[in-house]
Ligand binder design. Structure first.
Ligand SMILES: *Cc1c(COP(=O)(O)O)cnc(C)c1O
Length: 640
């Protein structure tokens, strides 16, 4: 029998879930915002409740408490390392706004992080303005990075007495503008310097670091900048040394290399200027595919290993060089935000549908069925050829037996579907093994399925499209059943790139996902996980599919509750965003038609569609049409 544990292992929930997700006895996804089963929620309870209030899918579920837990973990890791090595300094976290600028998310971060004095890092004028509208903890840092024009600089400098703003010079020429604006405004702002390291990150964003990096000052520029600051009597305002070698650093050796180099630079500069903060930037990795490797969607180290390396290296070098230890600042964004949200969507159909019925062996089945089931459960990367050939053999035996009149039609059907399921798996394994033999290439075409998911890859998972990043994805329920089919998942955009074709796995990326047979009378829900970093604001409006509805949830020992709901975009909102005037359009449409017969119907249909969600809605999901009586129609009609 297929067990929940089989599903947990098949979908790698333990490996990528960070302790926040599991599958419960009912076979449903269970979310544990504090990694404990005492405070947890069955996601199907949430979905059933949303269904009962006629909520339209897709929806994005956010669990602010997961942010709380992430903040505690990261802060705890640094404090743990500081205690372990008796580091004579503090740690202070900063959240980089570019990772998720949604106001609600930043507010959760500031709320939960206030006890750790969490600050913000901004990279543009607009991000700075956004940060200034929020209430930062009293000792929090507000770090200004990025290319800064006069408006940006004047804004930052003007507020630098109200907030603990540090203006980081990212580009050498900026130092002249900073000094001029500071003088004009009569303020002596705190400054930082971003140094360009020789060491690079690893993984996809390695080029953010290293000699060719777009940001940071070279060694000679650093020395020159300090000379200029000294000339202007501003060297005492240089308070922070900063580096950032790229996001998603998958290999711990890169972290160590960068730490070694930057800590030396700090020690040398510290003799000349009163640097207080040592800012290691971001880059703390998230293991999206659960493989625990240095592959681009993974990480080969733990959080505590990371904090240990930072603290230990810095302390060792400060001691060697005989300089005081600074306050450590980190700007981990991905590692704070990634886990807290996931997208829930329905599968609305299947292309190339080939029937595969669920089949378990039962008492009295022919031996071949037992054998086929055994092959299905145990086939793996090492034995897939052999087990596939075994399955062929048992299928043929079963058929021969059927032809002699010894097997019932039901058993034949069961055997056929089990055989299909073995083929499906064999095909996946052959792909993983880079097996290009014609045998498996043919088989792949026979078994491949394409499911249609009601979502937009471009809006909700842009990094999957843009940089080929893997995100965990799995069914949210029915995990007590064998996922007897497999396939890829196409979204509802009319773009062939809008398809999930790459899935995580312990043995490397896979080209399809195991799925359950769709039932006619029950919706099938999938989730895409770890979407809280970068995906929320990087997404676009391809095909005019808009932002999805957000449901924010809190979980306590007694149960769960919705703590916030943010409407998804309506068609009208998207049209407005791209400068279509829907009122005008309605008027023109009405002018073109005889305004007696069609008018009411036209207006009501258009009105309904404009007010509606941009995603696919089944008839039973479409909210009841709003009454048009006494509304827009009368007034618009009289104007025409
Ligand atoms: C993007 C960025 C970060 C965040 O990096 P993560 O990998 O998300 O932790 C931190 N600091 C700076 C300067 C950045 O540009």
């Amino acid at each position: 029998m297929w067990k929940v544990d089989d599903s947990i292992s098949l979908y790698g929930v333990r490996e990528w879930g960070g302790g926040y997700f599991t599958i419960n006895d009912k076979g449903n996804l269970q979310v544990m915002p504090y990694k404990s089963s005492e405070r947890s929620v069955d996601v199907m309870d949430i979905i059933r409740s949303l269904e009962s209030t006629e909520e339209s899918f897709p929806v994005l579920l956010r669990f602010p408490q997961i942010i709380d837990d992430r903040l505690r973990e990261i802060y705890g890791a640094f404090c743990g390392s500081i205690a372990e090595f008796s580091y004579p300094g503090r740690y202070q976290p900063v959240f980089p706004m570019k990772v998720n600028q949604r106001k609600e998310v930043i507010e959760y971060i500031l709320q939960f992080g206030s006890r750790t004095n969490i600050g913000l890092e901004v990279g543009t004028k607009a991000e700075l303005l956004a940060a200034l509208t929020l209430e930062l903890p009293s000792d929090a840092l507000l770090i200004c990075n990025g290319y800064k024009d006069e408006e940006y600089l004047r804004l930052a400098i003007s507020f630098s007495e109200m907030y603990k703003i540090i203006i980081v010079v990212d580009l050498f020429e900026e130092v002249f503008d900073v000094l001029r604006c500071a003088e004009e405004l009569g303020v002596r702002p705190a400054l930082g310097i971003r140094v360009k390291l020789f060491s690079k990150g690893s993984g996809r964003w390695a080029e953010s670091g290293g000699e060719s990096s777009k940001f940071g000052l070279s060694t000679s520029e650093t020395l020159e900048m300090m000379r200029i600051l000294a000339d202007h009597g501003m060297l005492d305002r240089l308070k922070m040394l900063h580096y950032h070698i790229g996001s998603q650093i998958t290999d711990i050796r890169r972290v160590k290399d960068a730490m070694n180099e930057a800590a030396r630079i700090y020690a040398k500069i510290k003799r000349l200027a009163d640097i207080e903060y040592y800012n290691v930037g971001g880059g703390l990795s998230v293991d999206y595919d659960g493989s625990r490797t240095a592959e681009p969607s993974s990480a080969n180290y733990s959080l505590r290993e990371y904090s240990n390396d930072v603290v230990y290296t810095l302390q060792r070098i400060c001691e060697e060089e005989g300089v005081p230890c600074p306050t450590i600042v980190s700007e981990s964004g991905r590692a704070i935000a990634a886990y807290h949200s996931f997208l829930v969507f329905k599968v609305i159909g299947k292309k190339n549908s080939k029937d595969a019925f669920l089949a378990y062996p039962t008492e009295g089945d022919p031996a071949q069925i037992e054998e086929l089931y055994f092959a299905f459960k145990n086939i793996n990367l090492k034995n897939y050829k052999e087990y596939y050939h075994d399955a062929l053999h048992f299928r043929d035996e079963l058929m021969a037996s059927f032809n002699l009149g010894n097997v019932s039609l039901e058993d034949r059907a069961k055997g056929e579907s089990l055989f299909g399921m073995v083929c499906q798996r064999a095909v996946n394994l052959a792909r993983q093994a880079n097996d290009t033999s014609s045998e498996f290439a043919e088989l792949r075409k026979v078994v491949g399925q394409k499911y249609i998911g009601n979502f937009s890859l471009f809006q909700s998972v842009p990094d999957m499209w843009g940089v080929g990043q893997i995100f965990p994805i799995m069914p949210l329920h029915r995990h007590r059943e064998v996922p007897g089919e497999a396939g890829t998942i196409a979204d509802i955009t009319c773009d062939s790139d809008g398809e999930i074709k790459l899935f995580g796995g312990r043995d490397g990326p896979r080209d399809c996902l195991e799925m359950h047979k769709l039932c006619r009378d029950e919706d099938y829900y999938l989730g895409i996980f770890l979407l809280g970093a970068y995906q929320d604001t990087l997404g676009d409006f391809h095909n005019l599919l808009g932002c999805v509805t957000e449901i924010h949830l809190a979980v306590d020992a007694k149960g769960w509750s919705v703590c916030n709901r943010i409407d998804g975009d309506t068609c009208e909102k998207l049209l407005r965003f791209f400068n279509y005037d829907t009122e005008d359009y309605i008027r023109k449409t009405m002018n073109r038609h005889d305004p007696s017969t069609l008018l009411n119907q036209l207006f009501s249909e258009m009105h309904k569609a404009l007010r509606g969600y941009t995603y696919y809605q089944r008839q039973n999901e479409v909210s009841k049409p709003e009454s048009t009586e006494g509304s827009g129609l009368a007034s618009v009609a009289t104007q025409t």
